[in-house]
Design a binder for this molecule. Structure first.
Ligand code: HAM
Length: 458
């Protein structure tokens, strides 16, 4: 018996011996969004939901992880997003899933296309408009404005091949920025034509770049072999200079693609959206056909100065385009589609830079102070009524004196304090103190919910 005890004591000591102190930190490329930041997040998400509703988009939530093959097939095996940036998962189910490797979603579009096919949504009245808000995961080199778990507000229109759908997506994005109060938003747009055009255009690019291969950066030398379009996206000074003379899509588009593109631009003109043609927008995902665009914050004079001083290029706050081949590529029938994803982290960063005012978060509005045991009992009933009436209220049952309770009310920054004493309990009344002006007034205890509902505009 004695020995047994000694053994278990030893085990305990071994298991709970003090651990070496360690400092835990957020993983590289991620961050906490602390309570004081939440007012921005609340604001951009609420506005996103409002815009989505006004433009007729319905919410869809897809899993945070899917078969890696979906992304490989949908986004393209040679894209940076798939070749370098996928976060793969290992799970106990791997063998049960027939070895299907899972990966965290690096975007929403492929998952939404999968859901459209899986749920036979082609049988519903078309077109379908979806929106999503959430995190995506990309194993990127972390830097300012580039996270490994950023948030996107994503919009898709499926089964509408008309220029109106492209323009609708851009208009919804544009209106979102207007509602957020963000200035200096710039749409840069291009057309990538249809797949057969893309093949011939890529051939033209290859012919142009091959004799210049030794002047390209090492990454572009690989791209020349594997994904020649991406050469137009390189930010290395030498490559930027070489692309100036490269063949441009808009000069070679076929008639049908040109007509679609002109249709989109003409609608943007009617909506009063300013855009600029940028023949070098090729996007980092392989599924795009026809319209491709990015949304930037226009270079202010200050940024121009920085650019001249060699600062890094401007990051996009959104990007999207048409992807007519994706659903077929993933096993569905040929279905045109178009969409956009807006980067919420970068949008918030820009809102702060532009000093956009966002409404203050909801905070505790009423404090109930009870003086004496009977009053405190009544205070508990009152607080329950207020909370049930949707009014943010607090109280401190462990504090007896009025001064210590008022100190807490001050700390919470409430608008009003309700003071209940023994006399008030008897008369079913209370004193309402306006914490800003210090003005006090009498009120009936059982009218508090209606009084505050009206005053706080609930
Ligand atoms: P994307 O251009 O890869 O497109 O991403 C859209 C936006 O998400 C970017 O413009 C940027 O604002 C934000 N974003 C992306 N990666 C990061 C990051 N590492 N850190 C911070 N922000 C980031 C897509 O994702 C496509 N699925 C858009 C689409 C929808 N195309 C058709 N439908």
């Amino acid at each position: 018996m004695k020995d047994q005890k000694t053994t278990s004591e030893n085990n305990f000591a071994q298991e709970f011996k003090p651990l070496k102190p360690v400092t835990f930190q957020t993983p590289r490329g991620t961050r906490d969004i602390l309570p004081e930041e939440q007012k921005y997040w609340q604001f951009v998400k609420t506005k996103a939901e409002q815009i989505a509703a006004v433009f007729g988009f319905k919410r869809i939530d897809v899993p945070t992880f899917e078969s890696a093959v979906l992304f490989n097939r949908g986004i393209g095996s040679q894209t940076d997003i798939v070749a370098k940036e996928l976060f793969y998962l290992s799970s106990k189910d791997d063998s049960k899933d027939g070895g299907d490797q899972l990966a965290l979603r690096p975007e929403f579009t492929a998952g939404i296309a999968r859901a459209y096919i899986e749920h036979g949504m082609h049988t519903l009245p078309q077109p379908l408009k979806f929106f999503s808000i959430g995190q995506i995961y990309r194993h990127e080199k972390p830097q300012k404005g580039r996270f490994r778990d950023p948030y996107q507000f994503n919009l898709e229109i499926i089964a509408d091949g008309s220029p109106k759908a492209d323009a609708w997506i851009i208009l919804a994005s544009w209106q979102y920025f207007v509602e957020l109060g963000l200035n200096n938003v710039e749409i840069q747009i291009n057309s990538l034509g249809d797949p057969s055009f893309q093949k011939s255009y890529q051939q033209k690019l290859r012919e142009y770049y091959l004799p210049l291969a030794d002047k390209l950066c090492p990454t572009c030398q690989v791209r020349l072999e594997k994904n020649v379009l991406r050469l137009l996206d390189c930010k290395e000074p030498n490559c930027v200079q070489l692309k100036e003379e490269a063949p441009q899509t808009l000069d070679h588009l076929d008639e049908a693609s040109k007509e679609h593109f002109m249709g989109v631009l003409s609608l943007l003109d009617s909506f009063g959206i300013t855009y600029s043609l940028n023949p070098f927008i090729v996007r980092g995902l392989d599924y795009y056909t026809h319209t491709a665009f990015e949304i930037m914050i226009g270079a202010s004079q200050q940024d121009e100065a920085k650019k001249e001083a060699g600062a890094k290029h401007q990051l996009a706050i959104g990007g999207g385009g048409r992807y007519n081949g994706l659903i077929e590529q993933l096993g569905g029938s040929p279905t045109p589609a178009v969409g956009v994803a807006l980067g919420l982290d970068r949008i918030i960063e820009e809102m702060k830079k532009q000093k956009v005012q966002v409404a203050h978060e909801a905070h505790t509005e009423i404090f109930i102070a009870g003086i004496g045991p009977k009053a405190m009992t009544r205070a508990k009933e009152v607080i329950l009524d207020l909370l049930r009436g949707g009014i943010a209220a607090e109280f401190s049952p462990d504090k007896n004196s009025i001064s210590s309770q008022l100190k807490i009310a001050d700390k919470l920054g409430v608008n009003y304090t309700v003071i209940i004493g023994e006399k008030e309990v008897k008369e079913n009344t209370c004193i309402i103190r306006d914490m800003k002006s210090g003005i006090q007034e009498d009120a009936k205890l059982d009218e508090l919910v209606s009084i505050f509902t009206e005053r706080l505009g609930k």
